[in-house]
Ligand binder design. Structure first.
Ligand code: PLP
Length: 448
């Protein structure tokens, strides 16, 4: 009561944790034992009492350039002083056009146009809507079906959870989009355990798309959306040849292929985009997160010229796509992205990730044989460790590992179920890879 009265006076204690309902968080456990972060620099977070925490996850797969980089901070500050906001409906500003051009130049094939939004979830919904609208303007409005994949994560919008395949993200939220089907996921512990990089087994699972086409007929299918490497479900590298085979089947049936690169993009897999790593050009790429190293919310979709051009018809004063966000291409987000792309280029961070990939993979594989370790997977600067569950307590072991790593060892990791994921900023040094893996080993032993 007293706290409520105080709040109504605007007198809020800084450590009153009740009002903020944290996303994707065990709120009651957090509020009993909070993991608070006060500031960040380069490879580290710092707690309010000044403890350094090695960032093993680039924030949330986004701070690929490391934290609080001087040139990115300066660009955001300068932009805020110059142009705080500019509408993108019927108006434009240089930052948006420059950024779109730079992203188009980085993207493979004819992915020459960028549509901007504010998050990965919005990017996914935007791509799905562009796919549906594309078939409408092409006169094939019967192509409405969307194909996702089991265990896929495409954010939390209704479109994204519909094509996504993580049951807890779907089952509470009603009927979702109609007309969605799913490919099988590509993980088999029996065939793939402890593989570094792309597993040999599993390319044949792409052929399931042929079954889906036979079931529904290609004339009803608009697009297939997959993460080149499934991330949030617990890191599933694509089997060798799998993505190439998906592309071939989509081509055979005129189906659009969307790569959700919200976490694969911007160097995570040693290339600007995973599409480049696999030599597969999708029809759209969704991006977010590391486009500006997580500094200002931004997402977007890279779209092929074939799709863009299909819309650019009819009377010139007609709006071609009835879709957009107030904050599409927000000037601060664009300025941050341009400065971030400079850092990536000047420090060759994508090349650095590629060079570090074998070092990172070998280091993580050294944890094989520790108690409860069932599998380790690596790809680019991504690693995942599956732990065995405690009896009748699914997820408890990994949760304790995440908490202890932060509280006791000064390491931030991410967990999904019983999987630990590590995805450090691309500026990580070899010594810091050693420190990360040493701390992981200690925490895995501590929760045995
Ligand atoms: N798509 C993928 C592949 C992601 O990994 C994520 C987030 O992790 C999203 C979409 C959603 O992004 P956001 O949380 O920015 O909405």
């Amino acid at each position: 009561r007293a706290a409520n009265d105080a709040r109504s006076q605007g007198d809020v204690a800084p450590n009153d944790l009740e009002a903020w309902w944290l996303p994707f968080t065990a709120n009651r456990a957090f509020k009993r034992n909070p993991r608070m972060i006060a500031r960040a620099k380069d490879m580290h977070y710092y707690t309010p009492d000044g403890r350094a925490v090695l960032d093993g996850v680039a924030g949330l797969w986004c701070c690929n350039a490391g934290h609080n980089r001087a040139s990115i901070v300066a660009a955001i500050q300068a932009q805020a002083a110059e142009l705080d906001f500019s509408p993108a409906f019927q108006f434009g500003h240089a930052g948006g056009f420059t950024l779109a051009s730079r992203l188009a130049a980085m993207a493979p094939g004819d992915l020459d146009h960028a549509f901007f939004c504010n998050s990965g979830s919005e990017a996914v919904d935007t791509a799905l809507k562009i796919a549906l609208a594309y078939w409408n303007v092409r006169g094939e409005g019967g192509r409405t079906r969307l194909i996702g994949r089991e265990r896929g994560y495409h954010g939390v919008g209704f479109g994204g959870i519909s094509v996504g395949g993580i049951v807890t993200n779907r089952k509470f939220f009603g009927t979702l989009l109609a007309g969605v089907d799913h490919l099988p996921h590509t993980y088999s512990r029996e065939h793939q355990a402890f593989t570094m990089g792309e597993p040999d087994w599993g390319a044949h699972l792409a052929d399931d798309l042929e079954r889906i086409v036979t079931l529904h007929d290609a004339s009803t299918i608009a697009a297939v959306i997959v993460e080149p490497m499934a991330g949030s479900t617990g890191v599933l590298p694509p089997p060798k040849g799998y993505l190439q085979r998906l592309r071939q089947i989509c081509d055979r049936h005129g189906i659009l292929l969307i790569f959700d690169e919200v976490i694969c993009g911007f160097g995570r897999l040693g290339h600007a985009f995973a599409a480049e790593r696999y030599g597969v050009v999708p029809d759209m790429i969704t991006f977010a997160k590391a486009v500006n190293s997580g500094t200002v919310p931004m997402g977007g979709v890279l779209v092929s010229s074939r799709i863009y051009d299909a819309f650019m018809k009819g009377p010139e004063r007609t709006i071609e796509l009835f879709h957009g966000y107030t904050y599409s291409a927000h000037p601060l987000a664009c300025a941050a992205a341009l400065a971030t792309l400079d850092v990536y280029r000047d420090e060759d961070l994508f090349g650095r990730a590629k060079r570090l990939e074998p070092v990172f993979a070998e280091a993580l594989m050294s944890l094989r044989g520790l108690p409860n370790v069932l599998d380790i997977r690596t790809l680019g600067l991504v690693g995942a460790i599956d732990l065995a569950s405690r009896p009748d307590a699914a997820g408890a072991r990994a949760f304790e590992a995440m908490d202890r790593a932060f509280q006791d060892l000064g390491l931030m990791i991410r967990i999904t179920g019983e999987t630990i994921a590590v995805t450090p900023p691309l500026i990580i040094s070899e010594d810091q890879i050693g420190e990360l893996v040493d701390k992981l080993g200690r925490v895995i032993r501590a929760v045995a």
